[in-house]
Design a protein around this ligand. Sequence first.
Ligand SMILES: Cc1cc2nc3c(=O)[nH]c(=O)nc-3n(C[C@H](O)[C@H](O)[C@H](O)COP(=O)(O)OP(=O)(O)OC[C@H]3O[C@@H](n4cnc5c(N)ncnc54)[C@H](O)[C@@H]3O)c2cc1C
Length: 296
Amino acid sequence: MPETFDAVVVGGSYAGLSAALQLARARQRVLVVDAGRRRNRFAAASHGLIGQDGRPPEAIAADARAQVLAYPTVQWRQANAVRAEGEIERFAVEDDSGARVAARRLVLATGVVDTLPAIEGLQARWGRSVFHCPYCHGYELDRGRIGVIATGEVSMHQALMLPDWGTVTFFLDGRFAPDEAQRAALAARGVAVEPARIARVAGHATVELDDGRSVACDGLFVASRTHVASPLAGQLGCAFEDGPLGAFVRTDAMQATSVPGVFACGDAARGAHSVALAIGDGAMAGAATHRSLMFG
Ligand SMILES: Cc1cc2nc3c(=O)[nH]c(=O)nc-3n(C[C@H](O)[C@H](O)[C@H](O)COP(=O)(O)OP(=O)(O)OC[C@H]3O[C@@H](n4cnc5c(N)ncnc54)[C@H](O)[C@@H]3O)c2cc1C
């Protein structure tokens, strides 16, 4: 007989730990399963979370983990959950070692995985001089030279926002063609448009173009495509919805998915992403999971 928990939380980063904390404080028996691949692990500092602004992302997560694991009803398993099945009161979760646990409720806090355009040099600079979110990393560019690399329509949004953080060049790279109205909107915000194809990104954040020119930047922004980091929500039959960057698990205001007894929180369950938002969702998911355990 596998061990039974009141709740298994899959994903032990900001959202999952926030959910687990609420459950722990309600003296519920919780297992957190975590594969240790936080989305912001590439960045040296995390910004935008009050009380923690500018701290290394791992330090924030490590403090949270230590506080949650201090509760005696919480267990931690470093593993990748590969399968989830069952129904409310009777879920089963299997990890990559073949170990199985039973759970009355599930909380999916798996985050998302980013896919960047296949431009040489981009991935290696992700989180260091190539970013996705101006609120997270724009301020530190000190109103310097900013490049936005187009991935599609969604990049218009980045290009129009970023002039509040510096002088912006919008690199179209053959991936996006603004229409007349969009060009006028870019001009009104003072955005320079560079139509040439990108050969590679080199140095700190220099965009080398196919025609031999290069444009040195202090930072680059690119809208990644995202997908939910684990197949578990799909296996359980959770409904998804489309966001500007990719599909995410549909939840209601209590973070309940379309499957009774399954809750989801953090990047995996929303279109706009940040540590603060993930923590907020996690707190709601934890409380709602407890409510569901008490009242069905
Ligand atoms: C480069 C970069 C920099 C960023 N900088 C900032 C910033 O400065 N400020 C900010 O607010 N936001 C920042 N973000 C966004 C932030 O990282 C996310 O919003 C936040 O990490 C979401 O938290 P989460 O708990 O939902 O997911 P994550 O932090 O991504 O954690 C998900 C966890 O679930 C685990 N997991 C996934 N699937 C499984 C499975 N099947 N079994 C077990 N475990 C699993 C993962 O290994 C991971 O540990 C940044 C993002 C990137 C890409």
